[in-house]
Design a protein around this ligand. Structure first.
Ligand code: PHE
Length: 377
């Protein structure tokens, strides 16, 4: 074949190639050991010297020419390949990112943080005591000797371990176990909050076997019920809102004297026990639906007032409180003639629900890990 024809053919072939791999095959076809151009070099020895010189030069020119075109085509193909790759894997850094979903604290943890903060502002520092403790701290030191019927209130889980002096081990049924522990740990004046898990053998729509309580204890000289009431009023205003009030009702605990139950005025009806709600069937004084005409209050205003369904009386029950019993002070190594104190304690979950005005049909949803419920808070 004429060298010029061979060159044209090679150049046409190279131009048609569309991949680096096939280009390499083509290189071997022309310039490889048995390639079309290489083969022509083997004919040189047959020529005379003059012809051989001319033919040799022509062949070298042809070889270099093809090499040059192969190289250029190779570069172009590499470039194109990179171009399609860039197009395929294009990353738009201006697109909004995929946001990882953010969790938040459980309602109970939120409430605990808020309660601790409110009491810290008036000098009650938060302490932690065991949530599995000895009978002595949970009952005995709190003026509830072994076998005393008052213990029945705290439906206690007893553990199979016993201490010769401190008695059986229990899952703490209330946070009051922190009272004598705190008195043993440091000298008065004492201002502490003990917030912890509590356990009682009960599970129904308004009880979970594991719940949380917060306990406040203050021990100092010349402490009175007025100080207790003032502290609780402060808490009610800070936690529930400035228009909420506290009420103390006489009660009985073995570890406080006098003892009280603490109520907070209802946030739904403003402490009146009545709300205006014409769409609901009226309730009678026991909170049952009634068929007779609803109670008409504040004659002349003409508003239909119904019993508040949340509190039914204007007040919501929070928990217990009282002045620390002399026997408890003695158990803590303090002289009741010198020191006095007050204590209060109640459920975190209940308190939070009262704040939100929530009426949760079944309190167990708090701990059943249902995200559609928890994410509302
Ligand atoms: N420990 C009591 C309870 O569990 C509440 C309480 C605490 C009462 C402190 C008086 C003083 O009900």
């Amino acid at each position: 074949m004429e060298l010029s024809k061979l060159k044209d053919k090679a150049l046409r072939d190279i131009a048609k190639i569309d991949s680096v791999e096939r280009l390499e095959a083509l290189r071997i076809h022309y310039l490889g050991r048995k390639g079309e151009v290489t083969k022509l070099f083997t004919t040189l020895p047959k020529l005379n010297e003059e012809e051989r010189k001319i033919r040799g030069q022509e062949l070298n020119v042809l070889k270099r020419e093809i090499e040059k075109v192969l190289l250029a085509r190779g570069k172009t193909l590499e470039h194109e390949k990179l171009g399609t790759l860039v197009k395929a894997e294009k990353l738009d850094v201006t697109l909004p990112g995929a946001r990882p979903s953010l969790g938040h604290l459980h309602i109970t943890s939120q409430a605990i943080e808020e309660i601790s903060r409110i009491f810290a502002q008036i000098g009650f520092n938060r302490v932690r005591y065991p949530e599995i403790d000895w009978d002595y701290y949970a009952f005995e030191s709190l003026n509830m000797p072994k076998g005393h019927p008052a213990r029945d209130e705290w439906e206690t889980f007893f553990m199979p371990w016993e201490h010769p002096r401190l008695g059986r081990m229990v899952l703490t049924p209330h946070t009051s176990n922190g009272q004598v522990r705190e008195m043993e740990r440091r000298k008065p004046p004492i201002r502490m909050t003990n917030i912890a898990k509590c356990y009682r053998r009960q599970s129904d729509i308004s009880h979970v076997p594991m719940f949380h309580q917060f306990e406040g204890l203050l021990v100092d000289r010349a402490v009175s019920v007025a100080n207790l009431k003032g502290t609780l009023d402060y808490f009610a205003c800070a936690f529930f809102g400035p228009d909420r009030k506290i009420r103390l009702r006489p009660f009985h605990f073995r570890f406080t004297e006098p003892s009280f139950e603490v109520d907070v005025s209802c946030g739904v009806c403003g402490g009146t026990g009545f709300v205006f709600n014409p769409s609901q069937p009226p309730l009678n004084l026991r909170g049952e639906e009634q068929s007779e005409p609803p109670l008409r209050l504040r004659g002349g205003v003409g508003e239909l007032q119904e019993r508040c369904r949340l509190c039914k009386s204007g007040w919501l029950e929070l928990g217990g409180a009282g002045m620390v019993h002399p026997n408890v002070l003695k158990a803590g190594g303090l002289d009741p003639k010198e020191w006095r104190g007050f204590a209060f304690g109640w459920g975190v979950e209940r308190t939070y629900m009262m704040k939100a005005g929530l009426r949760i049909d079944d309190i167990r949803v708090l701990y059943s890990n249902d995200l559609s419920f928890l994410e509302q808070f």
